[in-house]
Structures are given as structure tokens and as C-alpha cells.
Design a protein around this ligand. Structure first.
Ligand SMILES: [Zn+2]
Ligand SMILES: [Zn+2]
Length: 248
């Protein structure tokens, strides 16, 4: 965590209220550090239904057009629940969070997710974030999935276990030849940290990531976690939506 943005900035914001990252309105005392209440309510809201119960993609005429069912053999997790759809203003907000290094957005994202999914989160024993590679973490100064998982873990009173690591890109480049190789070996990007094995044994684990697209990353991480023989669910901030031909 960057010392200034993580520790000093919140104090400065208390003394000199900042402006909302989205609408520019001056923040009031009750607002989050970087997002006004109006924007947090307007932008951070759950995807409208009906959604697929397996992967959270919106259903089309009762069918899921981009499901995880049948895509993986085997599928190592039970379901993915996504908070919102990866489109419009919510997509912009996640872009700002991830690429403009706005670590302070982790809190409003977590709070709004907990407002809707508190009972779902509480049904699991431990929370495990999908990690970034060491290079990505250095470059962005934080790991986006880990930060909002930390906030959700504080609110729900459940432990965060950083049980999965991601290999460096140098390591990954040495072990892969081409793109199709990359798809078939997604699980080799990650490794299970042995020291957490005891803590995940027989537990209900909830894996957290920011965006759910094909589910390859979630499946790769869930595969590693099955070493603990527990149940595995996935929660993501957003679900990418299959584009219709006319929208391309
Ligand atoms: Zn605003
Ligand atoms: Zn589906």
C-alpha cells in the first residue's frame, strides 16, 4: 500500500474535503473518501435480473448465453456471484479503481456489496483473493481484488487468507509457448501457499476477484483450493456481458 494514498490521504480528506471522483461534487463528512453518496448509490448497484444462477450472466429468454456450465471439465467451483455487470458507469468506476490506482474505492465497493450480499458472504468460512502477479502489484501499488476482499472481511468478520500466489511473468513466459497453451495452462499461473493448507481444510471458501469473464482464472484458483477438500464459491465485482452482434 502506498503510504500517502493509504495513510496520509484519508486524514487530509478529513481536514480538506475532497471531490467525488465521478461527479466532482464536494464530499461531505458522511461520504466515502473519494465517492459521493449519490454516485455510490447510483453506480454501485446490483445487476438487474434475471441472472444465471451459475455464473451471474443475464439470462436471454430463460437461457444463459455465456455459461460456465459445460465450458470446464471439471468445474472446480460451485457458482459465481457477480455484484454488477461490467458495463456503463460501473465499468468506468472499476477502471478508475484498477488502473488509476484509487485504492480508496475499495471501501465503497465493499460496503455496497455487503449491503446486498452480507448473508451470502457470512455463509463462508474464509475469504481468498485472486492475487495479481508481483510485477502488477508493484506497478499498481496494490492488488485490486485483495483490497476489497480485505474490506469485506472486516465488515463480515471472516478471515482473509492470501492462500494463492501468482507467478511472475518471467516464470510464466518461460513455461508457456503460445496463446492456446496459455488457455489450457491457466492453472499454472497460480500456486497454493502450502502454509495455508491447514486453515483451508474442509472449509467453505469464497474466492474474490474483480471481473468474471470466461471463468478460467476462477477455475484455475478453485482447482488449487480443492487441496483443502472444502466447498468453493466465487464472488466478483462485475460480470462481463456477451455482446450482441448489433452492439459490436
Ligand atoms: Zn459523485
Ligand atoms: Zn450462466
Amino acid at each position: 500500500m502506498n503510504f500517502f494514498t493509504g495513510i496520509i490521504q484519508p486524514f487530509l480528506n478529513l481536514l480538506f474535503p475532497g471531490r467525488c471522483l465521478i461527479c466532482g461534487r464536494e464530499l461531505e463528512n458522511s461520504d466515502f473518501i473519494c465517492l459521493c453518496l449519490r454516485c455510490s448509490v447510483k453506480i454501485c448497484r446490483p445487476a438487474p435480473g434475471p441472472l444465471c444462477m451459475h455464473c451471474s450472466h443475464p439470462l436471454e429468454q430463460g437461457r444463459c448465453p455465456s455459461c460456465i456450465i459445460g465450458r470446464f471439465d471439471p468445474l472446480w467451483f460451485r457458482l459465481n456471484v457477480s455484484f454488477g455487470l461490467y458495463q456503463g458507469e460501473y465499468k468506468k468506476l472499476l477502471y478508475i479503481y484498477k488502473f488509476q490506482k484509487q485504492i480508496s474505492l475499495a471501501r465503497p465497493l465493499a460496503v455496497t456489496a455487503c449491503k446486498h450480499y452480507y448473508d451470502f458472504f457470512r455463509a463462508f468460512d474464509c475469504f481468498i483473493p485472486v492475487p495479481c502477479s508481483p510485477e502488477r502489484k508493484r506497478e499498481r501499488e496494490f492488488c485490486q481484488a485483495e483490497e476489497f476482499t480485505r474490506q469485506i472481511s472486516r465488515i463480515c468478520g471472516k478471515p482473509l487468507l492470501p492462500a494463492i500466489g501468482k507467478h511472475s511473468s518471467v516464470f510464466r513466459a518461460q513455461h508457456k509457448k503460445n496463446f492456446s497453451d496459455r488457455l489450457s495452462t491457466a492453472h499454472q499461473d497460480f500456486y497454493l501457499k502450502e502454509k495455508f493448507l491447514k486453515q483451508i481444510k474442509g472449509k467453505k471458501l469464497l474466492l474474490f476477484d474483480d471481473i468474471f469473464t470466461t471463468g478460467s482464472t476462477a477455475n484455475a484458483c478453485a482447482r488449487l483450493l480443492t487441496a483443502g477438500n472444502g466447498q468453493i464459491g466465487v464472488f466478483t465485482l462485475a460480470r462481463t456481458v456477451k455482446e450482441r452482434p448489433e452492439e459490436k
